[in-house]
Design a protein around this ligand. Structure first.
Ligand SMILES: C[S@@+](CC[C@H](N)C(=O)[O-])C[C@H]1O[C@@H](n2cnc3c(N)ncnc32)[C@H](O)[C@@H]1O
Length: 277
């Protein structure tokens, strides 16, 4: 039984990094006229009330999105537009998750496939996205679902893989799933999120990707504190396969600024090519 609920964590530093990277990629995807499929293997509930009991308990968003002031971040104007659209009263009450970030960009011809395995969050996601015509929600395992959809009919695809890593085998499963997905659809863009709670897991993941034969892989990481063990998530990162050519330059400008806004002593970032083209 899954116990993770993203409503406790929405808008934290990890969401900020993840959603900035996602927006940069979606912006690039919609520059081309041809249709694409957005596949979100771990979609969550879609929208999060930051005043809810869950969000109020840990208040993680106060150390994430609430610290980023729109007037100081013109480079994140689209991110703030998406947040504003979901907060018509002007105050930050609702935080949009990845399905709603993608929804902002989708055109009539594009499709969004959202997998969510927690029954409560799948129900919330279905209700939240009921009006989104291009979206399909599935109460299924996103790892298996992804492989059943590839290659997408459009032959253009952006895949977000954002597990909670509640089950420790998820570190191996994310790599194996991406490896299988890449064999079915090597031109897709794959975006994998990971938490740093024990650096050894990430070192292993990096080694696997480097040896995989998969080309064109970049890594972005935001650490708000030095690596530690047993005290929660000090950093999070994104591994991006087949990124847009603009992404690395943009992230190399954003990440140092994010570290100084969100990080404490010993904070650092990574903005690297893991495997060349
Ligand atoms: C980190 S949250 C997703 C957040 C969301 N992607 C966002 O950025 O707004 C991870 C979600 O994956 C769900 N989940 C866990 N294992 C899953 C699986 N095998 N397939 C689909 N969903 C899963 C959890 O219930 C949780 O809602």
């Amino acid at each position: 039984m899954l116990s993770y609920r993203h409503s406790y964590h929405a808008g934290n530093h990890a969401d900020v990094l993840k959603h900035i990277v996602l927006i940069e990629i979606l912006q690039h995807f919609t520059k081309k006229d041809s249709q694409f499929d957005y596949i979100d293997t771990h979609a969550g509930a879609g929208l999060y009330n930051l005043k809810s009991e869950h969000a109020a308990k840990l208040q993680e968003y106060t150390q994430g999105i609430a610290k980023i002031k729109p007037e100081e971040w013109p480079e994140l104007a689209t991110y703030f537009d998406i947040i504003a659209m979901n907060n018509p009263a002007g105050k930050l009450n609702i935080y949009p998750g990845s399905p709603f970030i993608a929804e902002y960009f989708l055109r009539k011809k594009d499709r969004s496939w959202l997998y969510e395995l927690h029954p409560k969050d799948a129900e919330l996601l279905s209700n939240n996205t009921a009006k989104n015509k291009r979206t399909r929600v599935m109460l299924e395992d996103g790892f298996k679902g992804l492989l059943s959809l590839l290659p997408p009919v459009s032959r253009r695809g952006l895949v977000l893989i954002d597990p909670s890593y509640e089950i420790k085998t998820d570190y191996a499963l994310v790599f194996n799933t991406i490896n299988d997905a890449y064999n079915k659809f090597s031109t897709g863009t794959y975006v994998l999120w990971y938490p740093v709670t024990d650096r050894k897991n990430i070192d292993t993941l990096e080694r696997r990707f480097k040896r995989s034969g998969i080309k064109n892989i970049q890594q972005y990481e935001l650490a708000i504190a030095p690596d530690q063990f047993g005290t929660g998530m000090s950093a999070s990162g994104m591994i991006v396969i087949n990124p847009p050519w603009t992404l690395k330059k943009k992230m190399s400008q954003i990440l140092p600024k994010l570290v100084s806004t969100l990080g404490g002593e010993g904070a650092f970032y990574k903005c690297e090519e893991l495997v060349g083209e």
